[in-house]
Design a protein around this ligand. Structure first.
Ligand SMILES: *Cc1c(COP(=O)(O)O)cnc(C)c1O
Length: 464
């Protein structure tokens, strides 16, 4: 399988190259040249299989012969062995025809672990074979940084440098980044906000001398391998409710559009998904796009579901590529308009296709809190604020009641204890395997918001 850029101007790459590269050189995102499909029989055969077995079969057509069969199976086994639930991504029932897919049983209690744990193992095997070492640098507002640290800690082919805004992440999030003691992990508390961290990251990638010297690599959500890992749980959950003989729908709490795009990929592969529902908080650029056909940036308003506080949904570009018949030039035009003017309008044809597959809804802060409270009273389930956005939107849209709805639960409530307790009066406890998080020693380096100083520090740490 070859990978091509959504802007049509970068060379096509193998899976391994696309994974190690991240962003294409023409500014686009890598997507597979074609969507592989699975037969009804093959999908039906997933019933009763382990998460790891299904993961192997779903991802294999995309990965090709990058890894031997045994290598790939072992990568998958290692990736999910640290999950706190044997089913890995279990499904629980909320109501007659409404289910919750729990994606937060990984080491950092958010769904980012599902993909990050896998690409940690894939990077390690690929780099070992190439005899290379890379430095992964990331900027985080919380969840991505800790997921990357947990996934790559102790792997000897990578150093991981995570920049986070000093004093602006939750205590749980900070401690998840600063307590791992492995020597290849470097947590940098930047004297600035999240935008400063992101700007520093971008500047590092544009500093080619530095980039080559430390062999910079990125694992942010535009990395194709991350999207791919997320396709798996759409299959496992749908099959446990009777697919492919029965349709299901999904509601996905959405920020960067990576998670719901994975659902779209599952559908392209032949999984009978009825509706894919985009759930946003008050930062609702995608909901407005579905309503009006205009994709227009406004500012970001901080919310109690911070991992969805986004104004540029990077992975939406991958969908645009399909909506515009895979014409890179058309996507390039739209993305240029977004960058220059902060807005673009979708063509009528693109809008029709978008609405054929997707619905959307948004959720105010008050509605999010009310949903946490209501579900606690009605089901005993304590939802995190992101998952609450999904169930609220699933409950509020008009939908076919004969089709089961699966809402994605993207974080454990204990990751956002303040908002959860304010909403329903329950203080969510960390799972036992993490109960000592607040007793562990912290290790971080405070740095000024200064590119030169941070690059110097990274060079010293990785020895180049
Ligand atoms: C990242 C994240 C999201 C948004 O997922 P996208 O793939 O960016 O749309 C939702 N909830 C939580 C808890 C997250 O960490």
């Amino acid at each position: 399988m070859k990978y091509i850029s959504t802007r049509g101007q970068a060379p096509s790459l193998t899976f391994e190259e696309a994974m190690l590269t991240g962003l294409a050189r023409d500014g686009g995102l890598y997507v597979p040249e074609t969507w592989p499909t699975l037969s009804m029989d093959q999908i039906a055969s997933f019933a009763g299989k382990t998460y790891e077995q299904v993961a192997y079969e779903v991802m294999k057509p995309f990965v090709g012969d990058t890894f031997s069969e045994l290598e790939f199976m072992e990568i998958i086994q290692r990736a999910y062995s640290g999950f706190g639930h044997v089913a890995r991504c279990p499904l629980v029932q909320l109501d007659q025809n409404h289910y919750l897919l729990e994606l937060f049983h990984g080491p950092t209690l958010a769904f980012k672990d599902v993909a990050m744990q896998l690409i940690g193992q894939m990077f390690q095997v690929a780099l070992k074979r190439r005899g290379e070492r890379v430095t992964i640098v990331g900027a985080t507002s919380g969840d991505t940084g800790s997921a990357a640290i947990e996934a790559f800690k102790g792997l000897d082919a990578v150093d991981v440098v995570i920049m986070f805004p000093d004093g602006r992440v939750s205590n749980v999030q900070r401690r998840q980044m600063t307590t791992p003691s492995e020597s290849n992990i470097h947590a940098l508390a930047v004297d600035g906000d999240f935008d400063d961290c992101q700007a520093l990251l971008k500047d590092m990638f544009n500093d080619f001398e530095f980039r080559d010297a430390v062999k910079l690599a990125g694992v942010n959500s535009i990395n194709w391998a991350r999207v791919l890992a997320q396709v798996v749980y759409f299959f496992t959950s749908a099959v446990s409710l009777g697919a492919p003989h029965r349709k299901v729908s999904f509601t996905v709490p959405t920020g960067n559009f990576g998670d719901i795009f994975a659902g779209y990929v599952a559908k392209r592969m032949g999984l009978p998904i009825d509706r894919l529902v985009i759930a946003t908080n008050q930062n609702d650029i995608l909901h407005r796009t579905l309503q009006t056909g205009n994709h227009t940036k406004t500012g970001v308003t901080p919310s109690i579901s911070p991992s969805m506080d986004i104004q540029v949904s990077s992975n939406f570009e991958r969908l645009l590529f399909d909506l515009y018949d895979r014409e890179g030039a058309a996507v390039d035009q739209l993305m240029t308009a977004l960058k220059d003017d902060g807005t673009f309008s979708l063509s009528q044809g693109a809008m029709a296709r978008l609405r054929e597959e997707f619905d959307s809804g948004h959720c105010s802060e008050a509605q999010t809190s009310a949903a946490i409270k209501r579900y606690h009273v009605d089901t005993g389930e304590v939802l995190c604020p992101h998952s609450a956005v999904a169930v609220q939107v699933a409950d509020s849209i008009v939908r076919d009641e004969s089709v089961p709805m699966i809402s994605l639960a993207t974080a454990h409530p204990a990751k956002f204890p303040t908002a959860v307790e304010a909403a329903c009066g329950v203080h969510p406890e960390l799972p036992p395997r993490m109960a000592d998080l607040f007793d562990r020693d912290e290790r971080m380096t405070k740095v000024p918001n200064d590119l030169g100083a941070i690059e110097k520090l990274i060079r010293e740490r990785v020895g180049s």
